[in-house]
Design a protein around this ligand. Structure first.
Ligand SMILES: *[C@@H]1O[C@H](CO)[C@@H](O)[C@H](O)[C@H]1NC(C)=O
Ligand SMILES: *[C@@H]1O[C@H](CO)[C@@H](O)[C@H](O)[C@H]1NC(C)=O
Ligand SMILES: *[C@@H]1O[C@H](CO)[C@@H](O)[C@H](O)[C@H]1NC(C)=O
Ligand SMILES: *[C@@H]1O[C@H](CO)[C@@H](O)[C@H](O)[C@H]1NC(C)=O
Ligand SMILES: *[C@@H]1O[C@H](CO)[C@@H](O)[C@H](O)[C@H]1NC(C)=O
Ligand SMILES: *[C@@H]1O[C@H](CO)[C@@H](O)[C@H](O)[C@H]1NC(C)=O
Ligand SMILES: *[C@@H]1O[C@H](CO)[C@@H](O)[C@H](O)[C@H]1NC(C)=O
Length: 741
């Protein structure tokens, strides 16, 4: 009787354990790190608009990493989503190099996947192939390593954080947040195929929820296809665009809404000195640390442990500017087939749902956040089964493809079509290619002489693309576009991530997903059958431009013109992804393929660095030039201008160029907001290019939930002396009152 009782008690306990979710399927780690690049005088990556250079920060760029391994610890994968336009080959190569130096063979090119969210408001110049660095006047080492080092740190944090947990999958439709920006090209796809889908873009958001053994959330990642072009090509503030903002909202929701002490028991704390020496403080030491340091020597950044990534998918032809393209002169809709207004493509511009680009970013970001929160809260379906991956390098310039009718074809060396120069309705063509020698772009002037007429084979291979730039046949000063790309498939049980090296259009993405799904369905595996979910992780590992379908290619709109390996590019990718997923489901190895080049040592740069900084005579760095008013109401914007220096002198990684602080009743100041927040903006201004003096305008739009009280704004930076030495400085506004009515 006693044993029976004891047994039932044990059964009871274990059932209780199950109900509490204590049986775990995986080990999971999550980590987040700052990757904000140089916020001054560096061209933004995405619109190829040479005049769109960074002049400050709206909110910081982050890298978000997740490590998942199985219970037996046999196999692990790393998925990283970064607030950058894309991931370039050199980013992945350098990240893996650093990971190998730190973790041995644990993290390699094969099991690490890095995907870009596609913001068009991040510093550029970090790609190793010529074409992508033209508008940035060549390569920018500082951007590359801000990204590389931040990614490595986010993975290291995730590694240090690994614990037993479970993963749940959920998916649902998000409407009113994306439209097709090349609907006339989409219509080239076969009617029978189009009839299978209600929309000409994917409305599906697919989400993974990660929880620890007790069911507490560790992280979330979702995939939804939409361009990061809510901020338009006039924006000069570093920003994560709609997806970066969605992540910010989700993390704030999960980690505590306030950065004020008092909520600290819920968050993991980091204490950071602005001179970049930082250390972690256990929560109970928080107040000690606060009093231990002099106020002007540090600031606080409270970051919870929850990491929320809004990853990119098959966004090739997908715009967030949901009101569609209009002519900026007449206000009428543009010519649909050509996206022009009386033949002029620069006048046809997509309109967001908001009254301005900040509002559009907010709306599209919040829509994604709300849908993700709903899916996260409702995620009940457990992911089960082995963790595995397959990776190979493929030379995309000569992949043989057999068409359905038996015809044998192959891919081509890369080339860009004429419509590439025209741009898209999210940002019309500003490349200035046709202007040749007169552009004033030294990098372009150097390379333009080496442009070649495409060979006959190349013209035939790329047909019907009219070739503007024969990038595959120019080698000067180094390769213009990749020949070798990374292809990768990751598996967490019956959840499959297909990491693609570029921007797949809606229909291209659907074809890849279907092909991979078919492979998994054919397999008798308790965890890998027709219940498998397949997602496309866009802009991963290498950037090889766009991938339109064979039919869309014949429309030769921007996406088709930028499908670089010819009309059969997509079919070639599909055959390779099928090969990878077959190897995955059968447990077979794949050949690694040719090693891609590391071109870091060959890079050329024409962006002048910081020469030196100076403040006007009689002024000091950090001194207030134009002070705040004494009183503000909520919804008003506080503005203060400081004498400042070039932000490239120190990126303030994991730090901030500004704080909004509030005073408690003992007179002590507490940080409420930093430059990572949505409500603050840091505008850097230099009167003219050779002027060593500059200013920083800091604005804070007081959100309605701000408590009444006394506030101040501080600015932090580093100045560069004539001898190259860098000195920290800071400045403080007068204090001011905020009232709530
Ligand atoms: C898993 O294996 C790796 C080496 O492959 C080791 O470094 C790590 O400590 C192991 N972790 C656990 C939780 O067993
Ligand atoms: C690029 O930046 C890295 C990291 O800051 C540095 O180690 C390296 O020396 C730099 N390379 C060049 C060519 O400036
Ligand atoms: C757009 O293209 C379609 C298909 O090629 C054609 O039927 C239609 O007439 C064109 N419309 C305009 C306004 O050019
Ligand atoms: C960008 O958005 C701003 C509003 O935020 C607007 O004034 C401007 O005309 C837009 N520019 C382009 C090129 O779309
Ligand atoms: C096979 O299909 C391709 C693409 O649809 C077409 O260009 C080619 O002419 C076809 N070949 C034959 C022999 O039908
Ligand atoms: C999955 O496959 C099994 C066996 O082929 C079949 O019975 C079942 O209906 C399928 N389920 C779905 C959702 O297609
Ligand atoms: C601030 O703005 C919000 C939204 O725009 C509005 O609902 C609120 O009433 C405003 N508050 C004050 C005090 O003006």
């Amino acid at each position: 009787m006693k044993t029976v009782l004891a047994c039932s008690f044990l059964v009871f306990i274990s059932i209780l354990g199950l109900i509490r979710g204590e049986s775990t399927e995986y080990f999971i780690g999550s980590g987040i790190h700052d990757i904000t690049g140089p916020a001054a005088d560096v061209n933004m990556m995405g619109y190829a608009n040479p005049s769109q250079t960074a002049k400050g920060i709206h909110f910081r760029q982050r890298s978000r990493a997740f490590i998942i391994h199985d219970k037996q610890n046999k196999s692990r994968i790393v998925f990283v989503s970064i607030d950058a336009c894309m991931v370039d080959q050199i980013v992945k190569l350098e990240v893996v190099k650093k990971l190998k130096a730190r973790f041995g063979k644990l993290y390699t090119e094969e099991n690490v996947c890095i995907s870009g969210i596609h913001t068009h408001s991040g510093p550029g110049g970090f790609l190793q192939y010529v074409l992508f660095d033209i508008t940035s006047l060549g390569f920018i080492n500082q951007t590359l390593f801000a990204y590389v080092d931040g990614i490595v740190e986010s993975i290291a944090k995730a590694h240090a954080d690994i614990k037993p947990g479970n993963i749940f999958v959920n998916q649902g439709q998000l409407l009113n947040s994306n439209i097709n920006r090349s609907p006339s090209a989409y219509l080239f796809n076969p009617p029978k195929e189009r009839a299978k889908y209600k929309y000409d873009v994917d409305k599906e958001m697919v989400l993974l929820k990660m929880a620890d053994a007790k069911g507490h959330g560790i992280g979330m990642v979702n995939w939804f296809a939409v361009h990061g072009t809510s901020m338009n090509n006039t924006n000069e503030l570093v920003s994560g665009d709609n997806k970066g903002y969605a992540s910010y909202l989700f993390e704030k929701e999960m980690n505590g809404k306030s950065t004020l002490p008092g909520k600290v028991s819920f968050v993991r704390l980091k204490i950071i000195q602005y001179n970049e020496l930082y250390r972690r403080a256990p929560i109970n030491q928080f107040l000690d640390v606060l009093t231990a340091l002099p106020t002007n020597q540090y600031y606080l950044q409270l970051q919870g442990s929850f990491v929320a990534a809004f990853a990119q998918s098959n966004e090739g032809d997908v715009s967030p500017n949901t009101r569609g393209p209009f002519c900026i002169d007449s206000g009428k809709p543009c010519n649909k087939n050509h996206s022009t207004c009386n033949g002029d493509d620069t006048k046809c511009i997509g309109r967001g749902p908001g009254a301005n680009m900040f509002e559009s970013t907010e709306i599209i970001g919040r829509n994604q956040f709300s849908k993700a929160k709903e899916l996260y809260d409702g995620a009940k379906k457990k992911v089960t089964g082995p963790v595995d991956f397959r990776h190979m390098y493929v030379d995309m310039t000569n992949v043989a493809v057999t068409l359905k009718n038996g015809t044998k074809v192959h891919t081509c060396k890369p080339a860009m079509g004429f419509s590439f120069a025209a741009g898209t309705t999210d940002g019309p063509g500003m490349f200035g290619f046709q202007q040749g020698y007169t552009t004033g772009n030294e990098f372009w002037n150097l390379i333009v002489k080496f442009l070649e007429k495409p060979s006959k084979e190349q013209i035939a291979c790329q047909h019907p693309k009219p070739i503007l730039l024969d990038t595959g046949e120019i080698k000067f000063p180094y390769r213009w576009q990749p020949f070798i790309v990374d292809l990768q498939v990751l598996r967490i049980g019956n959840f499959v991530i297909v990491a693609v090296p570029g921007e797949f259009t809606t229909m291209s993405g659907r074809r890849v997903r279907d092909a991979v799904h078919k492979v998994s369905r054919s397999v008798v595996d308790a965890h890998f059958g027709n219940d498998t979910t397949v997602v496309i992780a866009g802009l991963s590992n290498t950037y090889a431009d766009y991938i339109a379908t064979y039919e869309e290619y014949h429309a030769q709109r921007y996406e088709g013109a930028s499908t670089i390996y010819g009309p059969h590019t997509l079919q070639a990718y599909i055959s390779k992804f099928v090969e990878l997923s077959q190897a995955l489901v059968k447990g077979k190895a794949v050949k690694p393929g040719p090693t891609p080049p590391n071109l870091l040592k060959k890079q050329l740069s024409f962006v002048p660095g910081v020469v030196f900084d100076s403040a006007p005579i009689g002024k000091k760095f950090g001194q207030v030039k134009q002070d705040v008013k004494s009183k503000y109401k909520v919804n008003e914007t506080v503005e203060v201008i400081f004498y400042s220096a070039d932000p490239r002198n120190n990126l303030m990684t994991e730090g901030t160029f500004l704080t909004v602080e509030t005073q408690d009743k003992h007179g002590k100041w507490h940080v409420r907001l930093t430059d990572g927040d949505w409500d603050t903006r840091f505008y850097w201004h230099k009167p003219f290019i050779l002027d060593p003096s500059s200013t920083a305008k800091i604005t804070w739009t007081i959100s309605p939930d701000t408590p009444a009280g006394t506030y101040r704004i501080q600015h932090f930076g580093h100045s560069k002396g004539l001898l190259g030495d860098k000195q920290p400085f800071h400045g403080t506004s007068s204090s001011f009152k905020v009232t709530t009515n």
